[in-house]
Ligand binder design. Structure first.
Ligand code: DGY
Length: 304
């Protein structure tokens, strides 16, 4: 009975998988599934790689897919369920860091921090004025655990917060807006914090970007798929958006080359959860899920 490591993972997780489970490293043994797929009972993967349907179908005894990361859109959940395979992710432990990065990106884009840094490094000094952050109106698209963590932080900047999600969220005082277009039209900054996957693909459409308008800022710490990327790139290049902070892209690690020279855009390499503390916590939770599955076939944090 084998545990499969689908892709490279955090070194401490890789060590635990190798030492504790003699996990097979699929990315180093691409022929393994064809020969030994029927030995695998659990697969550990990342949000970025998931488990493809082809891989899943090559593992008839697979019982669990354990994701390192909160996102799991790279795994076909319906297909896994149909096969009786349970799926876990690592929710909550990364909320703080993802929310911190969203706020950092928001301030960076509006106050032009990275642009000002480049300015100084070029030997210049009299930097153009930026946009005030405190007191502005912010719209959060997707008020889940991460969206709420972002909202709580922005309350500290006296920002007026409204949101759109599939249905209104109970227990919050933020104003619910019934569509992404209506939300974008009434805010200074739109922060994308939804899950990825087909249900949210292209939610931030050209129409939403037009509604945000030339004074509006976009922050995306969710998934590149949520935004119509060509429309966003065109709007930023043509100045039909004031600026953006982006941690995620449609085709990572490929960043649209047109954005590289756009000074109003802050580009991060998908680092929202990338701190020592949070990645270790994600690793521990992934390993707890694996351990529990192998003990009693249940998960600590199953994807519902
Ligand atoms: C996640 O957990 O899905 C993040 O995007 C990975 O950093």
């Amino acid at each position: 009975m084998s545990v499969l490591q689908v892709c490279p993972l955090l070194p401490s997780v890789e060590r635990a998988l190798t030492e504790g489970y003699q996990a097979v490293r699929l990315f180093e043994r691409p022929g393994f599934l064809a020969a030994h797929g029927d030995e695998v009972v659990a697969a550990v993967t990342s949000s970025r790689f998931g488990v493809t349907n082809e891989q899943l179908d090559a593992m008839p005894k697979l019982g669990a897919i354990v994701h390192f990361g909160v996102g799991y859109e790279t795994t076909d959940l319906a297909h896994a369920r149909a096969r009786g395979v349970v799926v876990s992710n690592t929710p909550d432990v990364l909320n703080d860091c993802v929310a911190d990065l969203a706020v950092g990106g928001l301030i960076d884009a509006m106050r032009r921090l990275s642009a000002a840094d480049r300015f100084v490094r070029r030997g210049e000094w009299n930097h153009p004025l930026a946009t005030k952050v405190s007191g502005k109106q912010v719209g959060i698209l997707g008020l889940g655990r991460i969206g709420r963590a972002i909202a709580r932080r922005l309350e500290g900047f006296d920002m007026k917060i409204s949101y759109h999600s599939r249905t209104p969220v109970g227990g919050v005082s933020y104003q619910y807006v019934p569509s992404p277009v209506a939300l974008a039209a009434e805010v200074d900054v739109l922060v994308v914090a939804t899950a990825g996957g087909p249900a949210t693909a292209g939610l931030v459409s050209a129409e939403v970007l037009d509604a945000l308008g030339p004074a509006g800022y976009l922050v995306n710490i969710a998934r590149g798929s949520v935004v119509d990327e060509p429309a966003m790139v065109a709007a930023l290049v043509e100045g039909r958006l004031a600026g953006a902070a982006l941690d995620v892209y449609a085709d990572e690690p490929n960043v649209p080359p047109e954005l590289l020279d756009v000074d109003s855009v802050v580009l991060f390499p998908h680092i929202a959860s990338a701190t020592h503390e949070t990645r270790e916590a994600m690793g521990e939770l992934a390993l707890r899920n694996l351990r529990q599955f192998l003990t009693d076939r249940t998960l600590v944090t199953p994807v519902e």
